[in-house]
Design a protein around this ligand. Structure first.
Ligand code: GRF
Length: 208
């Protein structure tokens, strides 16, 4: 069994896609052992509860400084003894120490085709606003391993989504989620659980 910790901050639709993937058998050999949110009000925590998964909040507001918060977050992750950490709409940059201890064992979903519209400041609706402002005809989502940079780790998988005339950041965000994010993330976790993903020299290969 692949023990997975999922880190969230908001609505948790990507978390739900993983929960559903496991329940429906599309994601095999995988167990979500803990959901961690930095935000006590995250609906994702409610989703975890409804699925019978332990949900824990580690809020920066409860710590005197950033390094104490980061230490508590890492501790909370490690207590669950995960094989894989999934950042699913987690609005906190993974602490360096966590990245070091879990090299190539942390993945993130980003709602664009990296390297477009990623890096510092590109999160949530801003990503889609930027894509529309640039007038791209195709956008999408990317699942990648997390390194110490911002959206710079090895890319695992990408899925393209067409931009339509008249799209708003909201309609585009919704379509990218439905057509790309909710498909890609469970798919990648299943491949990792099956031992089919390799990282060599910063590049990912997927075994057939
Ligand atoms: C998604 O667009 C994800 O790609 C981004 O944050 C959003 C999270 O949505 N990193 P949800 O909390 O999974 O509904």
């Amino acid at each position: 069994m692949l023990r997975v910790v999922v880190c969230v901050s908001g609505g948790g639709t990507n978390l739900q896609a993983i929960i559903d993937g496991i329940a429906q058998g599309a994601v095999c050999q995988t167990e979500i052992v803990r959901v961690i949110s930095n935000n006590p009000g995250a609906y994702a925590l409610e989703r975890a509860k409804q699925a019978g998964i332990e949900g824990v909040c580690v809020s920066p507001k409860d710590y005197e400084n950033r390094s104490l918060f980061e230490a508590a977050l890492l501790q909370c992750v490690k207590e669950a003894a995960p094989d894989l950490i999934v950042l699913a709409g987690f609005m906190v940059k993974a602490p360096d120490e966590m990245v070091r201890q879990f090299e190539n064992r942390i993945i993130n979903i980003h709602p664009s085709l990296i390297p477009a519209f990623c890096g510092t400041g590109y999160y949530g609706l801003r990503v889609h606003e930027a894509a529309l402002a640039r007038g791209v005809k195709i956008t999408g989502a990317t699942v990648h391993f997390v390194n110490d940079g911002m959206d710079t780790g090895p890319i695992i998988m990408q899925k393209a989504v067409k931009v339509r005339d008249g799209d708003t950041p909201e309609t585009l965000q919704k379509r990218v989620m439905e057509e790309a994010e909710w498909v890609l993330l469970p798919w990648c976790i299943n491949l990792i659980a099956a031992g089919q993903i390799r990282v060599e020299n910063g590049r990912v290969t997927i075994a057939e």
